[in-house]
Design a protein around this ligand. Sequence first.
Ligand SMILES: *Cc1c(COP(=O)(O)O)cnc(C)c1O
Length: 356
Amino acid sequence: MGRNNFSIIINEENIINNYNYIKDLSKKEIISVIKSNAYSHGTKESIIALSKAGCKYFAVAREEEVMEILNLGLDLKNITILVLETLSNLNLLKEHDNVEMVINSIEELEEFIDLKLDFSKLHLKLDFGFGRNGIYSSQIIKARELIVNNNLFFKGITTHMFDSTSEEIKSIQMNFLKTIEFLGNNRFSMIHSENSATTLTNGHLGPTHVRCGISLLGLLDPGINNSNIKRSWRLLGSVYHIRNVENLSYIGYENIKNLNFDGYKFVAKLKIGYGDGFSKSNTNIICHINNKPFKIVHVSMDTTFVAIDETVSIGDIVEIYKDMDYSNEYLNMPHYEYITLINKRIERKLLKNPNF
Ligand SMILES: *Cc1c(COP(=O)(O)O)cnc(C)c1O
């Protein structure tokens, strides 16, 4: 680890708390969605924390993500990984007992019947208007024909809820359950449809599993309040250099006259930049040094510059995105979007109880 590097501290205790809370609330088994580096929380770190909480089922979006998990060197004996998008290498299903996949269209259903795939590892996806993936309502009769004629028994059946009113969600859920009955209840051993927002606000209408991501990791969708969900992600580092602004004419390639120092005389350098996924859009956002707010004045590829006063010293602790409500508004972006931008050049550190 380089000196004064930034890292993302992941709070294991809070992730376990969130898992237990959602399990108690939903009274269902949980499929933990850990796509996109577990929404920036680290794939490996999140699997370790959620496994300790008792999770045995994980979901990712992409083939690349399941490959990453298989190569982590973790003991995956009791763990199943569901891939939500269709694999291009279908052999992965044969080679790995614990890899499962979603069937995302009627054409794929036909193709996988022809290929004689093992349907006990496949989940059938239905689309009730989300428009991303799945078999449409108009294709259900054809799907039933294929299922009955080939006597197919699946691991699961799924749909995706989208942002809408609770009335709409209830009606989709009823429609989903009626369609499962039409296709044959006994043909699916798992039923799952609810993401975090639906689980926290409307859920518990029938399925065997909930399929949550963001809430397990401690963040809530905009508009949802729930003090039982505890944040588990903090971006921390320290000051590695301080310069007197009066002696500088340039910071990076930027003429210092173009930057907004608000009368501050010093600049602190931080080892984070857009090369880490910390975009230039963060220019002029507030960060915290020793818990005191200071403004970021410039972001370059490897370095970020903060306007500071004489109270700050080299080695002082810096926190970025400490206040997410403020940051969401400043960046005009939800937290799950800008934290997911922070790439793997910033190390994730899983700590048992980091006291936040
Ligand atoms: C991302 C995703 C989820 C998890 O959603 P959260 O809002 O993070 O809980 C569930 N299901 C599917 C299909 C997804 O793509």
